[in-house]
Design a binder for this molecule. Structure first.
Ligand code: HBI
Ligand code: FE
Length: 288
């Protein structure tokens, strides 16, 4: 596979030491704004009844329905008022420590480019549609906003324990691919799902994947795939629960415990799991 385009070893020319760059909103072309509008229309038509209440509220509060790639000067005024978070533009993936430092300080780094027509349904790197449409609505929720700060601080600490590999699973299975149990049924809140047309349907409706009640230790033992729809989704009972577990857990002994336990293979169900769906895994097997 070709190397991703927006990966650098050091802040590229014109970037600040923290890897941020000016959004330069005026530089986006009409075609780029039209790509945003296309993706926005496709997702927002499908998401009522599928996306978490907090996500839908965020889209509303932030007025993301305004056409075009959002101008951060306007978006940040609304986001700041809601939770004290802001979006900052970056050239692409940034190093882990830089990423965590931004989160710990209520800044969400967003890739300052948008997918091209041949990448509509899949791209390897987070673009502005994934980062802003996928992540930012949840950051307008006060509880989720605090969870992301806690994750950023925990991420910085995990580097000292050599435990990022384990902690990254928490980000993956919550922030990127999380489901939440709401009174009317399961809903999606993970940015990787809500920004994907196919996975927005698959994650909720398909018989293939496992859906398992959230358990921090179990989740952090579980491998994940980055190349296709997930084979497991973890379901939180509420955002409050997610925040509470994350801030009340002492991760140092948890990392020690994880060192002594084997990882759990991607599609396995293990004793103690709260199984909401025992998936058929037909989808992954058919591709296998
Ligand atoms: N950089 N721009 C950007 N976006 C990310 O989501 C990101 C990153 N750098 C590192 C990183 N994520 C990982 O550390 C986390 O997924 C754990
Ligand atoms: Fe993401």
């Amino acid at each position: 596979m070709a190397d991703p385009l927006h990966v650098y070893d050091a802040p590229p020319l014109g970037a600040n030491a923290d890897w941020t760059i000016p959004q330069n909103w005026e530089a986006f072309s009409a075609d780029e704004h039209a790509m945003w509008d296309h993706l926005f229309a496709r997702q927002s038509e499908m998401l009522p009844g599928r996306a978490a209440q907090a996500f839908l509220r965020g889209v509303d509060v932030l007025k993301l329905e305004k056409p075009g790639i959002p101008d951060y000067r306007e978006l940040n005024a609304r986001l700041m008022a809601a939770t004290g978070w802001q979006v900052v533009a970056v050239p692409g993936l940034v190093p882990d420590d830089v990423f965590f430092d931004h989160l710990a300080n209520r800044r969400f780094p967003a890739g300052n480019f948008i997918r091209t027509p041949d990448q509509i349904d899949y791209l390897q790197e987070p673009d502005v549609f994934h980062d802003v449409f996928g992540h930012v609505p949840m950051l307008a929720d006060p509880v989720f906003a605090d969870y992301m700060v806690a994750y950023g601080k925990g991420g910085l600490r995990s580097l000292g324990f050599g435990a990022l590999h384990k902690l990254a699973r928490l980000y993956w299975y919550t922030v990127e691919f999380g489901l939440i149990a709401e009174p009317d049924g399961l809903r999606i809140y993970g940015a990787g799902i809500v920004s994907s047309y196919g996975e927005s349907i698959f994650a909720l409706d398909d018989p293939s994947p496992n859906r398992i009640g959230f358990d921090l230790l179990r989740l952090m033992r579980t491998e994940y795939r980055i190349d296709d729809y997930q084979q497991n989704y973890f379901v939180i009972p509420s955002l409050e629960h997610l925040l509470k577990v994350t801030v009340e857990t002492d991760f140092a002994p948890l990392y020690a415990q994880l060192e002594a336990l084997p990882d759990i293979a991607i599609a396995d169900i293990v004793p103690g799991d709260e199984v909401i769906t025992h998936g058929t895994q037909y989808y992954a097997r058919a591709k296998g």
